[in-house]
Design a protein around this ligand. Structure first.
Ligand code: MG
Length: 267
């Protein structure tokens, strides 16, 4: 069953999303060569709890950390560890927090130090995929419209779209119905109705789209070892169109300002 949210519930998810986005911005600023993802995870847990929320990921199906930290060919669900980040790495940070009973879920992939133009292009296109998917979140559209928009842009750039993992409804639980694939057909799937809240999260690969799970039982990597990127927002379908509930506050953080034009110009 797809649970629609009231305006009041959406506002609570927005407040949850503000916490999640604020802490994610802190992690984006902190992530540098030499730092470990375990250190980032410590910051995340401390800062989420300091704001009266709970890290949603911690303990979820036995996951031991508050963020997923996935490096280079790791697509998603990387477990934070003591290996230092290196100049040229791509780091995907996925984070969720639960505030007053409501979950928000968001992710970014960022360059560590200087990355190749090819890697930077993968980041740009994946973020564009997210924003094009979000732009489809209008009442009356269908879930397939989101996947179609994401897939079309990724494949037009020669990239792969991961099939095994999908976006999802979010709110009372981290994973609610419906599933939101990053591929699909226009006009297919459940209708997007006012009050629907989704986490849209394109997972895009530089090479082939096939992935596998590592021996740790969590980390998803590309089979061909090529790079992957992952961007995610929690968004509500409202009468005024799509409303991103995990938008970061760019004004306070000029070093991530390069993310702003795309988010504002598309939605
Ligand atoms: Mg998610």
């Amino acid at each position: 069953m797809i649970a629609l949210k009231s305006a009041r519930e959406i506002d609570t998810i927005r407040r949850s999303g503000k916490i999640t986005a604020t802490v994610l911005t802190m992690l984006m600023k902190a992530a540098k060569p030499g730092m470990t993802t375990a250190q980032l995870d410590e910051i995340a847990e401390r800062e989420i709890r300091a704001r009266g929320a709970v890290p949603t990921f911690k303990g979820y199906h036995g996951f031991t950390a508050s963020i997923c930290a996935s490096v280079n060919d790791e697509v998603v669900h990387g477990v934070p560890c003591d290996r230092p980040l290196e100049d040229g790495d791509l780091l995907s940070i996925d984070i969720g927090s639960t505030f007053e009973g409501f979950v928000s879920d968001t992710a970014v992939t960022i360059p560590i130090g200087t990355v190749s133009p090819e890697a930077q292009k993968l980041l740009t296109v994946t973020q564009e995929c997210l924003m094009l998917g979000i732009a489809q979140m209008k009442a009356g559209n269908r879930v397939g419209d989101i996947g179609y928009a994401v897939q079309r842009h990724a494949e037009a750039n020669g990239y792969g779209v991961v099939r095994e993992l999908v976006g999802h409804g979010v709110g009372r639980e981290m994973h609610e119905e419906p599933q939101v694939p990053n591929y699909g057909s226009r006009g297919a799937g459940p209708e997007l109705r006012l009050g629907l809240v989704l986490a849209i999260e394109p997972m895009i690969t530089q090479g082939a789209r096939e992935v596998e799970v590592c021996e740790d039982g969590w980390t998803v990597v590309t089979k061909d070892g090529k790079l992957a990127a992952h961007f995610e927002h929690t968004i509500a379908v409202t009468a005024d169109g799509p409303k991103i509930l995990t938008l970061r506050d760019f004004g306070e953080h000029p070093d991530v300002a390069h993310y702003r034009p795309k988010e504002e110009s598309i939605v």
